[in-house]
Design a protein around this ligand. Sequence first.
Ligand code: ATP
Ligand code: MG
Length: 196
Amino acid sequence: MTDSHQQKMAAKKAVMDAKIAKATEERGILILMKGNGKGKSSSAFGTMARSLGHGKRAAVIQFLKGRTETGEYRFFKEHPMVDWHVMGEGFTWETQNKEQDIATAQKAWETARPYLSNPDYDLVILDEMSYMFKYHYLDVEPVVAALQQRPRLQNVIITGRTMATPLQEIADTISSVQDERHAFRLGVKAQAGIEF
Ligand code: ATP
Ligand code: MG
């Protein structure tokens, strides 16, 4: 190792140490996982595994029901520290019955809401919730209000391709997953364990 390398690393360490010394606040955060690339929901469930490893309690509310029972659902549903709700059954993309869709979205929100006022839950995942605002199935204001009034140490992750601006305004961490390439477009069939 050269001296100059050592000097560079020492300078880097000083900068990092100063940043760490500055970050002293202890509170839960709101994380948004957005963008067209693959990895938003799987990141949220990865974070949940991390959180469960520390003995923390979690709740998952899925606003859109996928095509099949997912691997993550099968894996986590029996976990004593996880509540998992798959909502969004009966969204009527084909028949475009807006009233029914609003009722479905409202039911999902009514399921999610109590968790945002329960300090026993350290992590709440609102999976694919962003679509509810995009299609105007839910008003964003009551959701913002509930998020702002949630228990101080509670962490929340919201996933979905496009995020409503009011959510972005109150979020602490926003990660955008970019779609640079996806195997599906190379003709690879969706696989159990990777896609669902
Ligand atoms: P994952 O659950 O794999 O983390 P995601 O939550 O980022 O994906 P969604 O928009 O929720 O992505 O889409 C869910 C499904 O679509 C998953 O099966 C995922 O692998 C697949 N998918 C995600 N992004 C793309 C893409 N850019 N092209 C094709 N399929 C995608
Ligand atoms: Mg997803």
